[in-house]
Ligand binder design. Structure first.
Ligand code: SAM
Length: 288
């Protein structure tokens, strides 16, 4: 990691993002990766997700206009949304940037009832935007290796040495990754924590090694943790003081990872006592 004395680097400020953005110099961020409140009425310990539609859209436009100058010219933006407000917010962003993808995050929600007057919504909508044609994008860092069966099926001579077969395929715009459940080791106490797998893919593709990622709405700090794990620097904001503590704990845990549980040594099998052989009454499942 580069030694950079800028005091705002690798910090999550426990304050309103709109108030704190002035800490960050313009043109200093490689990737703006952000997961704002969706305005679905969730309780984040503040009213950010419980605004009127007009207030919410006006507030969204304000933070977009405050954050975009922080991006480098070849920088990118990812924004998590749902179908409820992605149409309006994508239009706002398309007036300011070039839209490259709409990524569908399939949260792998099991089929259990759900809406009875419409189709059950099981995905989030992610917009990927850039400023200029020469934006940073490292496809090789996020390719998905072909499995052994596919490689074998493509073993005809015309495929031998094919680069695409060796390096793996380009992730498509449908990302099927389970939302986090209690049994996932990375899960912490935040209602809308995003999986590291998704955030790390965005960072590896769209932020150069040692680059800077900005997240205005850190929540449980997934972006900061993912940035650390991938060797990038980060900066961001979170309003809720309890979530700020969670972020600090998650970052500290990276510095002092818990040791892997040591498998208990198995007791040595006792020396088999010589038992008289007993003929079974019936012999089932005999394998010749
Ligand atoms: C959708 S959650 C982010 C979840 C995060 N991506 C994660 O993986 O944990 C949005 C977060 O934005 C925070 N927030 C809302 N308004 C804010 C503001 N004006 N400034 C900073 N944080 C804010 C909320 O408290 C909430 O934790």
């Amino acid at each position: 990691m580069a030694t950079d004395n800028a005091s705002w680097l690798n910090q999550v400020y426990c304050e309103d993002a709109l108030a704190g953005l002035s800490r960050i110099p313009d043109g200093s961020v490689d990737l703006l990766l952000t997961d704002p409140p969706y305005n679905l009425g969730k309780d984040y310990g503040n009213t950010s997700d419980q605004q009127s539609v007009e207030q919410y859209l006006a507030w969204t436009e304000r933070w977009i206009d405050a954050a975009l100058p922080k991006l480098k010219e070849n920088g990118s933006l990812y924004i998590f949304l749902t179908w409820r407000f992605s149409p309006e917010i994508f239009v706002m962003l398309k007036k300011r940037m070039t839209m490259m993808n709409e990524i569908i995050w399939d949260r792998r929600v099991p089929s259990m009832g759900g809406s009875v007057r419409s189709f059950s919504s099981v995905h989030d909508t992610i917009g990927f935007f850039v400023r200029r044609k020469d934006y940073y994008f490292d496809l090789d860092a996020v390719r998905i290796p072909y499995d052994a069966a596919t490689k074998k099926a493509r073993s005809r001579s015309i495929f031998v040495g094919a680069k695409w077969l060796e390096v793996g395929y380009n992730p498509k715009d449908l990302w099927s990754v389970s939302r986090l459940h209690r049994e996932h080791a990375e899960r912490v106490d935040h209602p809308t924590q995003k999986p590291l797998e998704i955030i790390e893919r965005m960072i590896k593709a769209s932020c150069p090694p040692d680059g800077v990622v900005l997240d205005l709405f850190m929540g449980s700090g997934t972006t900061a943790v993912a940035a650390r794990r991938t060797g990038r620097r980060f900066v961001g904001f979170e309003l809720n003081a309890e979530y700020c503590k969670t972020i600090a704990q998650r970052l500290a845990a990276l510095e002092h990872p818990e040791p892997e549980p040591v498998a208990k040594a198995r007791p040595k099998p006792r020396a088999a006592r010589a038992k008289p052989l007993r003929q079974p009454d019936t012999v089932a499942n005999t394998v010749e």
